[in-house]
Design a protein around this ligand. Structure first.
Ligand code: SF4
Ligand code: SF4
Length: 224
């Protein structure tokens, strides 16, 4: 899941100050879970914009699997409303915002309604979001018992804890468990402590030079 938080309304209104007719885009997946761009939040945003003197021309909330892949079809159904809109306000992650921009036929302003924070898992109760993956392009979860040190250790250490670990807690944030203590306990439980004997090779950051691209259809270039 991609975690977002809504921008303050003052910032949103400042960004929309030159436009009157606004089309809203939410997200039926991650932003719904994060309560930043689901149906309830989109309707609340519509009310706030109307109160601020804007005209909301319409809204869409693309559903699964992701606003990024569903936005083309969703926008196509609202051609007339989009035609008379000055701009879009997108309550979704940076991918959703850029998908709207890249799939628009008309030249319209596209505004970010949310800040994109990180990639996460959700706890069993559905209340807490934990950052778990930094998309490093070279996954080592197999050797670390399914716990990511790149993301869960603030220093991204690949070969065991730093000297600051104290009673299993991280020196950077004492409320959090040291990632390497978690990894050790996990490997011990699985009888795989041998994994810790080897030296984890340095990350090949040439694999994660931005912007990355993945070609899905042979013969199609990746120049974007
Ligand atoms: S090692 Fe960590 S950051 Fe890299 S791909 Fe795996 S989970 Fe993501
Ligand atoms: S205490 Fe553990 S998690 Fe915290 S920075 Fe050191 S190695 Fe990383």
């Amino acid at each position: 899941m991609i975690v977002t938080e809504q921008k303050p309304i003052n910032e949103i209104l400042e960004n929309l100050k030159n436009e009157k007719n606004i089309f809203l885009v939410g997200c039926g997946e991650c932003s719904t879970t994060c309560k930043t761009g689901g149906e309830k939040e989109v309707i609340q945003m519509r009310e706030k914009l109307i109160c601020a003197g804007k005209n909301v021309t319409g809204f869409i909330i693309p559903k699964a699997p992701c606003v990024g892949s569903q936005v083309i079809g969703s926008l196509a159904k609202y051609r007339a409303e989009i035609e008379c809109s000055d701009s879009f306000l997108v309550l979704a992650c940076g991918l959703g915002i850029q998908s709207v921009k890249e799939n628009l036929r008309q030249k319209k302003e596209v505004h970010a309604g949310c800040n994109t924070l990180f990639m996460s898992t959700l706890d069993k109760a559905g209340n807490l979001l934990f950052e778990r993956c930094s998309a490093c392009s070279d996954c080592i979860l197999d050797s670390t018992g399914g716990i990511c040190p790149v993301t869960r250790c603030p220093k991204g250490l690949l070969n065991g804890p730093c000297g600051g670990m104290d009673k299993g807690k991280c020196e950077v944030d004492k409320n959090k468990d040291c990632a390497w203590v978690l990894i050790y306990n996990e490997l011990k439980e699985k009888n795989k402590l041998d994994n810790m004997n080897g030296i984890q090779r340095a990350k090949d950051y040439s694999q994660s030079i931005k912007p990355r691209a993945k070609v899905l259809v042979k013969g199609i270039g990746s120049g974007a």
